[in-house]
Structures are given as C-alpha cells and as structure tokens.
Design a protein around this ligand. Sequence first.
Ligand SMILES: Cc1cc2nc3c(=O)[nH]c(=O)nc-3n(C[C@H](O)[C@H](O)[C@H](O)COP(=O)(O)OP(=O)(O)OC[C@H]3O[C@@H](n4cnc5c(N)ncnc54)[C@H](O)[C@@H]3O)c2cc1C
Length: 500
Amino acid sequence: MSKKGESSQLLREFPDFTDTMHSLVAMERIPAGVVEECREAVAMARRFNRTVARSYALELDRRMQEDPTFLPWELVEEANRWGFFTMWIPKLFGGKGWSLSSISPFVEELASECLAITNLIGVHYFGYSILVATWNIRLIDMISREVVEGEREGRPCLVSGAVTEPEAGTDAEEVELLARARVRCHARRVEGGYVVNGRKIFISNGHLSTWHILIAYEDLERPDETMIAFAVKNGMPGFSFGRMEKKMGQKGCPASELVFEDCFIPDENLLVAASQLTGMKRGARELGMQLIDFVVSATRPGVGAMGAGVARGAFELALRFARETEVAGKPLINHEWAQCLLAEMYKNAALARLSYMEANYSNSMYGMAKLLSFKPLYYYNRLIPTSMFDRWMPAANSRQATTAVFRKLVMDGQSDAEARRASGWASLAKVAGTDLGVRNCQLALELMGQAGLRHDRRAEKCLRDAKLLQIYEGTNQLNRLNVFKCLVAPAAPEARAFED
Ligand SMILES: Cc1cc2nc3c(=O)[nH]c(=O)nc-3n(C[C@H](O)[C@H](O)[C@H](O)COP(=O)(O)OP(=O)(O)OC[C@H]3O[C@@H](n4cnc5c(N)ncnc54)[C@H](O)[C@@H]3O)c2cc1C
C-alpha cells in the first residue's frame, strides 16, 4: 500500500454527535448536583468581581507596569479570605471538595473582569493538579492541610507548578517532544534523597507560593523515561527565587524564575519517580506522560474558560460603548455593521463556553475527575462534612498502601483511549477558547476606535492579557497538533503529529 494510503487509514471519519457531545452522555452518568455547584461557584465569582476585582484590576496593572517586582500580597490575602484556595481541594484532604467541573465556569466569570487576577487565583490549581496527578497521597494530604490551615489562620499557602525551563517549554509538556527536549533540571540520587540543579522559568505565582511542585529528570539524555516530581518548600537550602518576568499582559500575576543550586531534596519530599513505579500497567515513559496528561487534560479546559471569560468581557465592553456612543447622528448600536459585529462577538463567547463545557464533561468521564464524578463517591464527598473526613482520613492517607491503591485505581484504571479523549478535548477547548478570546478583544478595539486604546476603558488591557492565553499550557500550535493526534488520528497513538 502506498504511503498516502497508509496515512489516510489512520484518520477516522468525523464522529456522529453521540461521540462528540459529552454533555449528552454526561446527563446520565454525571450527578446532577454538579450543575448546582457550577451555579454557586459563578455566583461567588460574580460577588468577588463586584466587590474586589472591578475596582482593583486597573490599579494593579498600572502598579506592576511601574514596578514589575511588586508582589500583590493584598490580593492573595483577600482571595484567601474568600476561601478560593481550598474550594477545589477534596474533602478527603481537608478542603471544601467542590467538583472539578465547577472550576471552569468560576474561572470564566472571574476572567470576564480581569485575567491577571483570574490567573493568580486559578494557577494555584495548576500546581495543585500536578501534586494530585502524582497520587502520592501522603504528600497530597500534608500539603493540602497546610493550605487549609493557611486559610484558617489568614496566612495564604499557595502551590505553584514548575515544568517550563529556559530551553524547554512546549517540549516538556508533550510526550513525543520530551525525548528530544533540551531540559536541564537534573536530579541526582544521593543518600537520603536527591540533589537538584537547574532553573525553571515563567512559573506563575512562584514568588507568592509556599510549595512548588517541581518536575525534574534523573537522566537528561533520557528525560522521557526518567521524569521525577518533588514537593519543594520555600526555605529549602539551595532553592531560591530568580527574576520576575516583565511581560506584556496579566501583569498582576507574577511569572517567576526558580533556581536550584545543589538543592538537597529529602526522600520524604519525593512525589513520584516514573522509573521507580513498579507493578503498573504502563512503563516509565508512559507513566511520566500520563502524569503530565492528567494535569493538562484537567487544566487546559480552564484556560479555555479564561478565553471564554475575556471573550465575554470584551463583548460587554463593546456593547456598552455601542450603547453610549453616537455616530453619524444615531447611537452606534443602531448601525447595522455594529450589530453584526456584536452578534459575531456574542457567538464567539458562546462557542468558547460550549467547548470548555464539553471538555469538562469529557474530563469527568475519562480524566482526572473521573473517580469523583462516579455518583456514589460524588454524593459521599458532597454530603459528608469535612470534619468527618478529618477524623479518619489523615491516618489512612499517610499509609504507603493508600498511595498504591490510588495509583492502581486511577492510573491503571484509565485506558489509552480515555486518556486520548480527555487530552484531545482539553486541547480543543484551550485553542477554541483562547483564540476566540483574543478575537473578541480585537473586535472590541475595532468597534471602539481610539477610545479602546485608553487604559481606563480596559479593552487594550483585555487584549494584552488575552494574548498570553494562547501561549501558556502549551502553545496553541502544539495544542492543535494534539487535537490531531488524539481526535483526528487516534488510531495511531504514536501519531505522526509531532514528526519532523
Ligand atoms: C504568563 C505565563 C505563565 C506561565 N506559567 C507557567 C507555570 O506556572 N508553570 C510552568 O511550568 N510554565 C508556565 N509557563 C510556560 C508555558 O507553559 C510555556 O511558555 C509554553 O508551554 C510554551 O513554551 P515556550 O514559551 O518555551 O515556547 P516554545 O516551546 O519555545 O515554542 C516556540 C514556538 O515554537 C513552536 N514549537 C515548539 N515546539 C515545536 C515543535 N516540536 N514542532 C513545531 N513547532 C514547535 C511553538 O508552537 C511556538 O510557536 C507560563 C508562560 C506564560 C507566558
């Protein structure tokens, strides 16, 4: 068979609607309570926007422009008072245990006001997701309880996720690329632990976080087979903060450099070493990537939701402007071209929302949220108060056996087809939401003319902030290739998507 024939065999036809509309299937499988939680989360975000974010967003942006080393502690403390850093920590670990699906509508709502503030709050769950995806129950429990304690005592305890390096961004997040990635963060085995050397860059909230979930590699020549994750706490000898990036948007959320110079990390802070996981269905290489995939499949829809939020925010700014402004003797909103443009923006915001919702449902069925979306477990988690869990869970969570059971259940319990579904839909939602978000910001500026360029009108800030969404959590180009690999040609898991 010709080469052309071979590659066309890998592709599948566009699936029928029952295969792409996870929301339909979810109606049967996913507890109805999830929708109620989404509503409550949105209402809370709306109140926060009204009372905190609206008045602070522009001031924060200006302040960071003048002094890029400023750290917005006040805002972190305020978000901590609102309880945002424990909402999506499972009750099993002392948190409030909201379902993962409700984080995206919450994020969308926050993002309709300010993306920097949204990322400052939301990215805590990026770090937290990496922690959870290691399924090291002892450390998840310990760190979660510190976050909860920090909330109770008014001393915020945030978690950052450190994957990106100076020479490896997208590469560090994709299985086909990691084998050839120029990663430099090295972990050397020594007695009682590891010595880590290397640097991580663009780590959101780095300077504001207490814990950092670090991805390193035991062999830099074989990073895909030797991925290793650690929980690093501020103050560990050999760990320090480097520069803060001076970036075009989302200025209120610092992007930090983390520096590791002969940093000794004791065994008790080892989260997982892919090469040491025994008795699992997958080998070290696949396990390492399953870890990354668990995370980005859960968090990329969130980035899509941020795109949906800014798409909405830009639409609302444009609508208000069109109502208030008179052009050629009549309100701008009465001009047909303006109506078409506003309809286009409305459509973009709605499509962005639909795609992240679908991705969330897909994740609830196939990804990280699968276990807690299982109806009996969901209701158990929802209805039993945290204090009851607190009585017996810490002791159980500290046992090695609990970690082993979770890893077996969750990691081995996910089939390759399920992983591809969750991953493909996450990338799809990320690309769709963020592209539509940027598009709406551009359209708002088109409609608003010179008024849109003024800082106090917020539209130019929306565009500066939105552009960053297309880059983080894997560039949109690479996410498109992941859509190809996972959804267009899923029959070939090693799909040609990333080949030279
Ligand atoms: C505001 C912000 C916050 C961030 N927060 C975090 C964080 O909290 N934690 C963290 O770990 N990281 C974080 N990042 C890093 C982010 O995840 C990376 O920027 C992202 O993955 C892209 O990597 P890169 O910037 O190195 O781009 P590169 O990977 O260098 O890409 C450059 C260009 O090359 C293309 N490209 C890359 N590889 C290939 C390939 N193999 N084939 C073809 N084309 C390719 C890309 O699509 C892009 O166009 C953050 C980034 C930003 C901007």
